[in-house]
Every structure is written in structure tokens, then in C-alpha cells.
Design a protein around this ligand. Structure first.
Ligand SMILES: O=C(O)CCC(=O)C(=O)O
Length: 301
């Protein structure tokens, strides 16, 4: 018997992705700018219920920066969290912005330092419209790649990978969390879908080598494999910074159709998420009921 609680009934909602620009070495400026954009998104006539920030929104992206920007969050899943006592200035800002905006807020990601172990993580925190911190995801798969002559990146120089898969329930959907490179691991998305998630939302920051080839393909793949909504939110591209993000924040429906795509500058996109497409896709192409676990020896139902 599954220990996972029953997912909420899927109802329509609107999703805002903040493709944040101007991320600098000044954390206070980054937090101020992110806050302004959250409030701007929430007051748009589209009236989004969920607002998302990109990966590493409060610091420049790079393993050398993580130790200098890391914050102590001390969130224990399932336990109430007292934001007023938090040592994290980013958590305080995100909580107050979610409350003021009255939205569910997926707070991109920030470098986190776990005080007890002194380990660093790339961490996403989630807030309800009352400003409570209600979920957290530490990037599980670290971005360690080496494409000769193009890009070498090694998050594991300073970061540790998370050890849990995470989702949260709103009053209109169950939403699974991941961060950027996590999208390359179909097992993670498959487990989230089988745990009842209606949508996956991953803050991310692809680059100019893998972005053009893989950003859309991976999201459409995860969406179609699992007949689920999928979205990734990137920072805007800044050619003056050391890391050039791909941009193109995106939402894909369960048929694999791209519903919205940003360019590469700062922009907020608004997308309506409609349960009908989720239900119709699963009824028309019933792969979720046709799996042959009897012939997949390494995977169990
Ligand atoms: O997988 C990729 O190509 C990019 C991943 C990435 O940028 C990240 O994990 O931050």
C-alpha cells in the first residue's frame, strides 16, 4: 500500500514564470529586484495563483560563488517553520513577498549551507499564500559536465546532492519539484507522476551549448512520458556575466505541446494550466495503465 497521501483534485490555475534579469554580485539588489517582480506578476490581469523564480536568483551562478552566498535555512519537512526566526534573508523576503502577493511561490533556488554538516546545497523553497514555508527541494543531481571546447561545470566542487524527491499540494494541484539538471533523469519525473503530481516545476539555468538542443526536448520528453504538465523557469541571459543562461522559460502540456516560451531577456510569462488536457491525454493514449511491469525486471509497479 502506498504511503503517499491522496492528491488534491486538479483544478485550473494560472502559472507565472519570472525570467529574472540583472542578477548581480549584490545579493541585496537581487532580492529587491526579485521581490518587485513577484509583486508585479501577482498584480498582472492574468492573476496567477503560482509564481516561479529561476535557479540561483540571489547570486551569480558558479560553484565558486556558492560558499559566499549560502544561507542557513534549517527547514525540517513536515514541521512548522517560524520565518520570523529564520537566519535566511532570502527565505524572509520570499515569505513576505508570497504573503503580500497572495500567491503560491516557488522561490527559484539559492545556495544553502546546512549548519549541522556544513554541507552546501542548491535549494528551492516553496511558500503558500500566507507566506508559510511549506516545501523544500535540494537539487539531487549535480551539474557536472565537460563538453570539450564548449562548457565545463562542476557543481560538486562545492555542493552536495540532495537525497529526497519532493512535491507539494495546493488546493488545485499536486506539484513536483526539481532543479535544472534533475530534468535529465527521467526516473525522478516518473516517480513524481506516479505519486500523483499533475505538474512538475523546475527552476533551471541551461547554457548556450545544451540549451538550444536539450532544454525544450527534455521538457517535452518528461511531459509526454508521464502525461503531465512540465515547466522550467530560467534567469534571463546576461552576456556580461560569467554564465550565459539560455532563457526560454517554458511550459509544456501533457501532450508534449509547448504552451508558452519566453525569449532570452527579462520577461514574465503567464500560462493557463487546464486539467482537461491532462485527463483527455490519459484517456486517449492510456500508457499510464498499459505499463508492463511484468516485463521490466528492474522497475516495480
Ligand atoms: O543539463 C544541462 O545541460 C544544464 C544543467 C544546468 O545548467 C544546471 O543544472 O544548472
Amino acid at each position: 500500500m502506498s504511503l503517499i497521501s491522496k492528491a488534491p483534485i486538479f483544478k485550473p490555475f494560472t502559472l507565472a514564470l519570472i525570467q529574472l534579469g540583472g542578477i548581480s554580485a549584490n545579493k541585496a539588489d537581487n532580492l529587491k529586484h526579485a521581490r518587485e517582480k513577484i509583486l508585479k506578476a501577482a498584480t498582472n490581469p492574468a492573476k496567477p495563483q503560482v509564481v516561479v523564480l529561476p535557479e540561483c536568483f540571489n547570486s551569480p551562478y558558479g560553484h565558486v560563488h556558492f560558499p559566499n552566498y549560502a544561507e542557513d535555512i534549517e527547514y525540517v519537512p513536515g514541521k512548522p517553520y517560524d520565518v520570523a526566526q529564520s537566519k535566511s534573508e532570502s527565505v524572509k523576503m520570499l515569505s513576505s513577498a508570497a504573503k503580500e502577493a497572495g500567491v503560491w511561490l516557488i522561490g527559484g533556488s539559492i545556495p544553502e549551507r546546512e549548519a549541522v554538516s556544513d554541507k552546501l546545497y542548491n535549494t528551492c523553497t516553496v511558500y503558500n499564500p500566507q507566506g508559510d514555508l511549506i516545501a523544500m527541494h535540494r537539487k539531487v543531481h549535480l551539474f557536472d559536465i565537460d563538453i570539450p571546447g564548449k562548457i565545463t561545470f562542476k557543481e560538486s566542487e562545492t555542493l552536495t546532492g540532495g537525497t529526497s524527491l519532493n512535491f507539494f499540494d495546493t488546493d488545485f494541484a499536486r506539484i513536483g519539484l526539481g532543479i535544472c539538471y534533475d530534468v535529465r533523469f527521467p526516473e525522478m519525473a516518473m516517480i513524481a507522476a506516479r505519486d500523483g503530481c499533475h505538474m512538475l516545476i523546475y527552476p533551471g539555468a541551461f547554457n548556450l551549448t545544451t540549451g538550444p538542443l536539450h532544454w525544450e526536448l527534455l521538457q517535452r520528453g518528461r511531459a509526454l512520458d508521464n502525461q503531465i504538465y512540465m515547466s522550467m523557469c530560467s534567469p534571463a541571459r546576461d552576456m556580461r556575466s560569467n554564465y550565459h543562461a539560455w532563457g526560454h522559460s517554458m511550459v509544456v502540456d501533457p501532450m508534449g505541446k509547448v504552451l508558452s516560451e519566453a525569449g532570452h531577456d527579462e520577461e514574465i510569462t503567464y500560462t493557463d494550466i487546464v486539467p482537461k488536457v491532462f485527463e483527455e491525454t490519459r484517456a486517449a493514449i492510456p500508457v499510464t495503465k498499459q505499463r508492463r511491469f511484468d516485463v521490466y525486471p528492474d522497475v516495480s509497479a
